[in-house]
Write a protein that binds this ligand. Structure first.
Ligand code: ZN
Length: 559
């Protein structure tokens, strides 16, 4: 069905509660596994139809924030989503109490129970006030950063509006723009320290109330990690510092030479090419025409996806007044339809819509028949493997988007992926130390960050620069405040995408088949089991990172 024709009706939460209470009774009274499973199916359908309405109101609201009708529906959704979550939680609770667990596991696998158990490990009524306190502190951080009003270039700018100056071709503009940014953060240092300290304390308190030694274990459960622990992450770090850091060092030395600076300072870091980054050459119509050709040539599965999405109006990518900013891929259950939202702005980010976001859409589309729904849902690192790998699998068609800037695009894409991993791993390691020793002083936290900078980004010259030189750079990384332990997911995903890329360089068919296998399994296995099932090398093995580093050096040297 075309997006514009999908009917919307406000889900009645009271009715939903009643229906679910009834289903829960029937589930508890089920006489055998067959009956229990059929009630699970009914509950799944019920949740899905509500989520579909929420998806429609969310998407339509973001397409036109001035539309009063969907503005109200969006508020209704914000209010009622926690209730929906709570009802789902009740369903998980009932699932764990069923006497037919063994029989259900035989039919549907053990993972749904393991997922349900994990959800139960992270919540108990006595931590609700702490969760509210945590949300309040996260909003305080958010509001503080959003309130920044910085005088620069004769204008009053927000942090986001200031950031394009950090990539200006004039070195003195880069330097002064980073300097005013640093000064803004420094002038709020005390508040930033205090918010973070309170966040560390409240998270530690929640963890202890739930019986954990510190927040790390709880943080892993909140990220729904069923297949790797801190030791595996340590192994990943080892591979990063041993094999990727030296390659990035080399890339950064080349970058310094290319842009003509003696050392890579904090204000040179984002400036890659003296004549600017690669930009797409065509109009939005050209981009879509080539995108369609690309997916038709790539595989039968991608042909099916792109035709379905274009036929059903499942892209909205042009910027208009009233439309929200940013981009996303959302999924509308009842119509088995992914939806991609973007704001084209003439940068290489426009092409990501057709590669990265389409990778997410690809995964959503092929998971549509999996039952129960909880097995469609994969964790964050898996989701980003879907999207980041698609960015690399579509390389052979990039010339049609970038013309004679093709080499620049590819180099910057590969270089950016490699450079991100050590940075992201540093963000993650920092948080482990923080929650292991929750009583560190602000100064100790900053010293720790500086030490990690030396380990993961030895090329970066920041010692004499305000804010950065004191080890405060982490205060600008919102995930550290708002989404603890999320960052490693991006790193593991990027490393896995690079493993696909490395294999794609020598054997396209094999690499693509493995990717499709992985995507089609959706969330029916844990991250590690998905990789194993697809036959792709795991980023937890240092050998995988060595293979990536070797392939990258080989590719870069051939340019
Ligand atoms: Zn993504």
């Amino acid at each position: 069905m075309k997006f514009s024709q999908m009917p919307y009706e406000r889900p009645k939460v009271d009715e939903l509660k009643e229906k679910l209470a009834n289903l829960l009774d029937r589930f508890r009274e089920a006489k055998n596994a067959q009956e229990a499973i059929s009630v699970m199916k009914e509950a799944d359908d019920l949740f899905q139809s509500v989520e579909s309405m929420f998806a429609l109101s969310f998407i339509r609201h973001s397409l036109d924030t001035t539309d009063e009708y969907y503005d109200k529906e969006n508020d209704y959704q914000d209010e009622n989503e926690p209730i929906l979550k709570q009802l789902q939680q009740e369903m998980y609770g009932a699932l764990l109490e069923t006497p037919f667990r063994k029989e259900i596991e035989e039919k549907l696998g053990t993972l749904i129970f393991r997922k349900a158990e994990m959800k139960m490990k992270t919540i108990r009524p006595e931590i609700v006030p702490d969760m509210q306190e945590e949300n309040r502190l996260k909003s305080e951080y958010d509001k503080l950063l959003a309130s920044a009003q910085i005088e620069f270039d004769g204008k009053t700018l927000t942090l986001a509006q200031l950031s394009p100056y950090h990539e200006n071709h004039d070195r003195s503009v880069r330097e002064t723009s980073i300097r005013v940014r640093a000064e803004w953060f420094l002038s709020h240092a005390e508040q930033l320290d205090s918010i973070f300290d309170q966040l560390v304390q409240v998270r530690t308190r929640m963890a202890r109330k739930l019986g954990y030694e510190n927040f790390i274990e709880l943080g892993y459960y909140l990220m729904e990690r069923l297949c790797y622990d801190q030791n595996r992450v340590k192994g990943f770090r080892k591979g990063v510092t041993e094999y990727l850091v030296p390659v990035v060092d080399r890339l950064k030395a080349e970058q310094a030479e290319r842009i003509g600076v003696p050392t890579m300072t904090v204000y040179d870091n984002a400036f890659e090419y003296p004549d600017g980054n690669a930009k797409p050459t065509g109009t939005a119509e050209d981009i879509f025409a080539h995108g369609k050709k690309m997916y038709h040539e790539l595989s039968a599965e991608t042909t099916e996806l792109i035709d379905f999405m274009l036929e059903n109006e499942l892209f909205d990518v042009l910027t208009r007044p009233g439309k929200s900013g940013g981009g996303y891929c959302h999924y509308i259950n009842d119509h088995k339809s992914p939806f991609i939202f973007a704001n084209f702005n003439g940068t290489s980010g426009d092409i990501d819509v057709l590669t990265h976001e389409a990778g997410h859409a690809f995964a959503g589309y092929f998971a549509r028949e999996i039952f129960p729904t909880s097995l469609r849902e994969y964790t964050y690192e898996t989701a980003e493997v879907h999207s980041m790998s698609m960015e690399f699998f579509t390389w052979p068609w990039m010339e049609g988007f970038f013309g004679d800037q093709l080499d620049k695009y590819k180099k910057s894409h590969l270089g950016g992926a490699l450079t991100f991993i050590p940075y992201g791993t540093m963000v993650d390691e920092f948080q482990h130390h923080i929650y292991e020793k929750p009583d560190m002083t602000p100064k100790e936290r900053n010293d720790l960050w500086l030490e990690l900078e030396g380990k993961y980004r030895p090329y970066l010259d920041q010692k004499d620069f305000p804010f950065y030189g004191e080890g405060r750079r982490w205060q600008a990384q919102s995930h550290i405040y708002e989404r603890p332990f999320y960052y490693i997911d991006y790193c593991l995903a990027q490393a896995t995408a690079l493993a696909f890329w490395a294999e794609d360089q020598t054997n396209h068919k094999e690499a693509w088949d493995k990717y499709v296998r992985l995507v089609k399994m959706a969330g029916t296995k844990t991250f590690s089991d998905l990789l194993e099932g697809a036959g792709i090398n795991s980023p937890f093995e240092p050998e995988t990172l060595k293979t990536i580093a070797d392939a990258a050096v080989k590719w870069l040297e051939a340019q």
